[in-house]
Design a binder for this molecule. Structure first.
Ligand code: SF4
Length: 74
C-alpha cells in the first residue's frame, strides 16, 4: 500500500502521528506531517510505502485526518 500526503494542506493537528507514530511524524522544520524516513519513497516525506504490519494504523490515521489529506493507494 502506498500513501501520499498533501503536506501543504496539513494543519499540524497531530492526529496522524499520535495514531500511527511508527509511520508519521511532525516534521521538525515546517511542523507538518511527514512520513518517517525509513518508509519514504525516493526520500520524499509526502510519499511512502506502508509495511503490512502498519496498514491498519495508517488507514485509521487517514480516516481521522480532519482535512482528509492522507490518500491511500491500495
Ligand atoms: S492528521 Fe492530517 S492535518 Fe493532522 S497532522 Fe496529520 S496530516 Fe496533518
Amino acid at each position: 500500500m502506498r500513501v501520499k500526503i498533501e503536506r501543504e494542506e496539513c494543519i499540524s493537528c497531530g492526529t496522524c502521528w499520535s495514531t500511527c507514530p511508527d509511520f508519521f511524524e511532525e516534521d521538525p522544520e515546517d511542523g507538518y506531517c511527514s512520513i518517517i524516513e525509513q518508509y519514504r519513497v525516493g526520500g520524499d516525506p509526502a510519499e511512502g510505502e506502508v509495511p503490512a504490519d502498519l496498514e491498519d494504523c495508517v488507514r485509521e490515521a487517514a480516516e481521522e485526518c480532519p482535512v482528509e489529506i492522507i490518500h491511500l493507494d491500495e
